[in-house]
Ligand binder design. Structure first.
Ligand SMILES: *Cc1c(COP(=O)(O)O)cnc(C)c1O
Length: 434
């Protein structure tokens, strides 16, 4: 089986980034529209055989920017939402309900109400939510349940063991849930699972399909329910490290197609659609965080201090995740130096890389930190009063649009009531204690 190795080049030069930096000061995330479109097409081509049409519902949490969502919509994707804000982004873009999957958990009634109002496909996380939804919103015509296989399935490092995961129905609850929903008038049914995160083993996704197909066949036999679709969830990983391989989507698709023929068709389930809700692999590799080196520091180790920090990219500090780094303009130079690449947070885990081999780096150099197109900007936070950066979109014609401005100090203070707090000078003077 041929697996393409990770491509750790960047679609721009140092000169190009310098030409942007006047208008858009570093740091910023820059996303490659052409590459995102090509990835979306790879999905639709690989799964073109699926009866009734395949669809990936892009997990909005990975990159919640309406400009990127618009591109993905044009390429045929739908959207997997799990919060009110994500639903509102879809509403604002005018996304039709059948292109919205609402896969949430511990869900407030107000969010179910919004999802129902938009005509989104509602995916319940728990059997008690059948009553909860019925009571607060009413049951929709189509309902989907999230399955947690528990001890039947091994998880992986990021998502953990399914038995320990808070998500989904047990197997028994699933059968009871479909029966209850049908008795209450639900007419259309679907089944979901999400048992992997950042998984690079292609066979894992084929095995997930087998697990859902087995259940689909049993549901048909025991309850005479014909599922409308099975949703294999997201979790296709990306090669963060240069020595890792991409997940080959056509290999995954061929494996699933074989099982579909063997398991589904003989059971009369030859019109069940297949959908997924991948986020990471759709946009992850096509975003880079561009940051300038503002300090070099030599103590017990050699440090490169960037104008970016954990507020812009949490994954290295939070998970110890590897993100490849390219020094712009020094792409071909040998990696002769070893650096910790750090941000300015008062947290020692604010490091983009530890003991990273790079060419010699000078103050003023521009670094591209790879694979920030998913769970990058989106995971940012404001700890230490740090501000989140801008997001730029590099179009196929080489032009660039700012699709989110950088935060300002005013944004950071916007939730504080600064008017009613008296400066200490005045308080002290008034109290006579000065
Ligand atoms: C996060 C999430 C996804 C997307 O996961 P990726 O790793 O970005 O593909 C899909 N579905 C659900 C329910 C999720 O929570």
């Amino acid at each position: 089986m041929f697996l393409p190795m990770a491509d750790k080049s960047v679609p721009f030069t140092r000169e190009f980034i310098e030409s942007l930096a006047d208008r858009y000061p570093t740091p910023f995330h820059i996303y490659d529209e052409q590459a995102i479109r090509e990835k979306a097409r790879e999905f639709s081509d690989a799964f073109a055989w699926v009866p009734g049409g395949f669809r990936n519902y892009f997990a909005v949490k990975a990159l919640p920017n309406p400009h990127v969502m618009r591109v993905l919509y044009e390429e045929g994707m739908g959207f997997d939402c799990s919060s009110l804000s994500e639903l509102l982004l879809c509403e604002r873009l005018g996304i039709p309900g059948d292109r919205i999957m609402f896969t949430s958990n511990d869900t407030p009634a107000s969010e179910y109400r919004k999802a129902a109002e938009l005509g989104a496909i509602i995916n319940l996380d728990d059997i008690t939510h059948i009553d909860y939804l019925d009571e607060h919103v009413g049951l929709p015509e189509l309902i989907c349940f999230r399955y947690n296989p528990g001890p039947l399935r091994e998880g992986n490092a990021i998502i953990g063991n399914p038995e320990e995961a808070k998500y989904g129905f047990t197997r028994e609850q699933l059968f009871e849930g479909y029966r209850t929903a049908r008795d209450r008038g639900v007419r259309r049914f679907a089944l979901h699972t999400m048992v992997a995160s950042n998984e690079l083993n292609a066979d894992y996704f084929i095995e997930t399909a087998r697990m859902l197909f087995e259940l689909a066949v049993e549901l048909k036999r025991e309850l005479d329910i014909t599922l409308e679709f099975v949703n294999l969830g997201g979790g296709i990983g990306i090669p963060y490290r240069p020595d890792q391989d991409n997940v080959n989507l056509s290999y995954v698709s061929r494996g699933i197609r074989k099982l579909y023929k063997e398991m589904m068709e003989p059971a009369g389930l030859d019109a069940v659609r297949i959908v997924t809700e991948n986020g990471r692999c759709v946009t992850g590799p096509y975003g880079r965080l561009v940051s300038r080196v503002i300090h070099r520091k030599d103590t017990y180790k050699h440090y490169l201090g960037l104008d970016a920090n954990m507020a812009n990219l949490m994954r290295p500090g939070m998970y110890g995740a590897y993100h490849h780094i390219t020094v712009l303009g020094k792409e071909g130079a040998p990696a002769t130096h070893t650096y910790d690449v750090v941000g300015s947070l008062c947290e020692n885990n604010d490091k983009f890389a530890i003991d990273r081999k790079l060419p010699r780096v000078e103050v003023g150099d521009l670094l591209a930190i790879h694979d920030t197109g998913a769970h990058g900007h989106a995971m940012g936070f404001n700890y230490n009063g740090k501000l989140r950066s801008a997001e730029l979109l590099l179009h196929p014609d080489g032009t660039v649009t700012q699709i989110r401005r950088a935060e300002t100090v005013d944004d950071y203070f916007a939730t504080l009531d600064l008017e009613s707090v008296e400066p200490v000078e005045a308080v002290m003077a008034g109290s006579g204690r000065a």
